[in-house]
Design a protein around this ligand. Sequence first.
Ligand code: GLN
Ligand code: ZN
Length: 757
Amino acid sequence: MKAHILGFPRIGTHRELKHILEAYWSGSIPLKTLNLRTAKLRQEHWQIQQDSGLDTVATGDFSLYDHMLDTALMLGAVPPRFNTIPSSCPENLYFRMARGDAEYGITAMEMTKWFDTNYHYIVPEFTEGMELKYSSSKLVDETREAIANGFFPKPVLVGPLTFLQLAKDMDGGNRWDYLDTILGIYETVIAELAQLADCIQLDEPVLCTDLPDEVKALAPRVYEKLKSAAGKSDLMLATYFGKLEDNLEWVAELPVDVLHIDLVHGSGQLQQVLKKWPKEKQLSLGVVNGRNIWKTYGIKATQLLRNAIDNQGSEKLWIGSSCSLLHSPVDLQQETELDPELRDWMAFAVQKCDEISFLREAALSSDMDRILQENIKSIRNRKSSPRTLNPAIRQRTENITSAMTERRAPFSVRIKEQQNRLNLPPFPTTTIGSFPQTNEIRRTRRAFRTGQCSDADYQEFIRKEIRDVIRTQEEIGLDVLVHGEAERNDMVEYFGQQLEGFCFTQNGWVQSYGSRCVKPPIIYGDVSRAASMTVEWTRYAQEQTDKPLKGMLTGPVTILCWSFVRDDLPRSEVCRQLALAIRDEVQDLEAAGISIIQIDEAALREGMPLRIADRQDYLDWAVDGFRLTVGGVKNSTQIHTHMCYSEFNAIAKAIAAMDADVVSIESSRSGMELLDAFKDFEYPNDIGPGVWDIHSPRVPSEEEIFDLLQKARKVIPDERLWVNPDCGLKTRAWPETLASLNNMVAATLRLRHDLPR
Ligand code: GLN
Ligand code: ZN
């Protein structure tokens, strides 16, 4: 039985990649240094895999920004707007595609969530008349590099079906028209790789989704070509993030040598796969979760493996991670401050490599109990620990009634009372919550955390930040103000730190996009709120202004989606516990006189199951969770929510069912594609489609924002249209923030001026 992983995290134990990239972007290191340092990272990652006893190391899983962008570049799929800029080197073209170019006023390519994870990929664009050609040998180079360093590589690349399915058509282009050209390039690459490696992994996570028939029909021809390019080398078809289900039948007939299946997110599919997958071919079993931080339940995994061994024989089997470890933090060894009891329940990427190795041993040995001894002890401790269970909370969730999820009156009644109270002008302007987090803010927060800044000094510092940001918003002329979130390092962590049932790591970073990483909190036990979490700052901020101040909370679904969640309780139940905690906070804010409260559900969409059949159930409990947080608040209290994506269509009904008075949604990055949804579905409440893409430092002009708003007015009635950026501004710098918000307000004033009186 062979042991492998589908990919390793790229960022490094201490986010080295982030530091390297940012140093390069700021001009403080040359390209040569970037290349040297990233090569060192790869070397370290390969060493870890080899030291764990894995049979191969993944190559090509490393990326300077994103693997979809790497693939686009390999194919030469460069959107025409980037060809207008003289390019000094391929790397700069690459980074420009990812991040846009402020100097030339060129927008970045769109970015969106990778399946149901919190990783963002760059969406490849296909324009009519694009000329594709093999343009980047990165994968081959890195594979050579691994060999030169004494490793045994298994190159990894995104399969053509997944690549095209996730790409988008632009300006009348049709990406599937390019299939043959693309296949030609894949054939070239695979033939080169076949000289270097025994097995080549093609990632096709789309095979775990509901695929259009046209795509299914293309698969046999695609894989016949790729297989013949691979010659004697094996092709591994890697499926993950779910079960194959209805796709299994035809996938089992594809001319590939190894099929990888996810037995974590696709648990329960082993029997069906064993039945369909030809016995003479190889099968890879993903039994170690690539997406969480918990130790694998060793006995269960071993039983699965043995079951497959009985069926298939061990020579034909691989054991691996369920998906790439990209979504796990790097090394638990670094966590010196974690409570030892909790730490003993966990495994990060490095430890997962070890797990894969000893699980193989356990499955093949007659002495499973001895090999799994430590694992069994940890799993048993976790199961019986009183720290995971709080009877009072269980009782409280049991007593939730549907009345608790209702507002007091319908929107039409509420909005009038809100308007009387708030007196907002047409097209009210606001922001999504955070303002730039300057170095000074970060430094002071760190000093406070490490005890170098006194409590009193810290309080005064945050108060001053609040005063400053309020004054700035008044100067800009915004209508609904925010306190700026200077006290928050992260919108989930901030709340998690004040809730029971959470723990935190020092270095548990995972990549979100490019150089941006997040450090998800860990929910290990029942969740509850000990004391109010935001009231003090929010009240202080409101005292500084006569304009309405919007209180800022993170919603239960988003906390859930952006945390590592316990796997011993259904997510829906953890969501209910979180919702009750946020509900307590909403009630405290209302009692403190706050008239507008925003509950961010930035992640509602990405938490959606990949399979259509599973979605309604998720949406039901997710929407209920949100409604539970605001059920019962006064009619005159205006509830906002915010979402960080533009694919509104799929969940328009659910968003409407949340019944927030105002929703803000990202949309400028995709040129207001969002608005198409409103042609078929009239969103009943107020809405603010984002008019400034805050993912890039580019400042949108007044004209541009005005045009976007005019577009929005075609489908959203004037009295329900709000004006706001795409998302929070914490990653932006002040100069572009001021310039963009000033343009946003100017565009709004122009709009108001044009209104008939
Ligand atoms: N209120 C949060 C902020 O502005 C929302 C961020 C988000 O949606 N990702 O930072
Ligand atoms: Zn957002």
